[in-house]
Ligand binder design. Structure first.
Ligand code: AMP
Length: 228
């Protein structure tokens, strides 16, 4: 099952991708996480990407495409994956189509997370991430039980450098300008499914996504067996 999660920053893609990855046993590939790891490790890619990330701008296509291609070619992606945060430009979307075509595959579903601008700003400005295991929290909506520490691993919770108010607005502007057009691109190919994520009940949204995946899988297997 090849799945893409599309939507503005702060729409809940990362949280849902984690849940779906566990539930369906397919890897969660987050371009943002891969880039942040490269920055932390001080690799050549990380050095090139760093200032774009800090300013809330998109990292140039070629850098992100290379990172994603390396990841998708790994063995654990053969049965599928959830791509979170990639593609973010039309050119990335076309490269992804091409990459999958070369592997004899196509995308199955693109989930578009629609959410109001107010929710996004509220969510991102309160977001806390565990520095050790990457788990997501929110100061008000999803607090950890021990202040400043991760419930899962005890790691220290930090605010992301690009979750500052000015950078949040810049990331939303960039989303609007460079990524939003992908909704139309995937709508035309008939694989777009909209998920309204203003609702904060995480489990309900996970169930909706999971059911849509199951239905699509079922249809795919019927078509594969020649039943229409
Ligand atoms: P995210 O964790 O998805 O919010 O991504 C954090 C930052 O990483 C973004 O603001 C961009 O600077 C960069 N980034 C992540 N994914 C991409 C992508 N597909 N194309 C370009 N830049 C990206």
């Amino acid at each position: 099952m090849m799945i893409v999660f599309l939507g503005p920053p702060g729409a809940g893609k990362g949280t849902q991708a984690e849940a779906i990855s566990k539930g369906k046993n397919i890897p969660h590939i987050s371009s943002g996480n891969l880039l942040r790891e490269a920055v932390e490790d001080g690799t050549e890619t990380g050095i090139k990407a760093r200032h774009y990330i800090e300013k809330g701008l998109l990292v140039p296509d070629q850098i992100v495409v290379d990172i994603i291609e390396d990841r998708i070619l790994k063995n654990d992606c053969k049965a599928g994956f959830v791509l979170d945060g990639f593609p973010r430009t039309l050119s990335q979307a076309k490269v992804l189509d091409e990459m999958l075509r070369n592997l004899g595959n196509t995308l199955d579903i693109v989930f578009y997370f629609s959410v109001s601008k107010e929710s996004v700003v509220q969510r991102l400005s309160g977001r806390l991430i565990c520095g050790a295991c990457g788990a997501n929290y929110h100061k008000i909506y999803v607090p950890s039980s021990k202040d400043g520490l991760c419930d899962k691993c005890g790691g220290k919770l930090n605010q992301r450098a690009d979750d500052k108010p000015e950078t949040i607005l810049e990331r939303l502007r960039v989303y609007h300008e460079q990524t939003e057009g992908l909704i139309d691109y995937y709508e035309k190919s008939g694989i777009l499914r909209e998920i309204s994520s203003d609702d904060r009940r995480v489990e309900m949204i996970t169930k909706k996504i999971s059911d849509t995946i199951d239905n699509t899988l079922q249809k795919k297997s019927l078509i594969g067996r020649g039943v229409n």
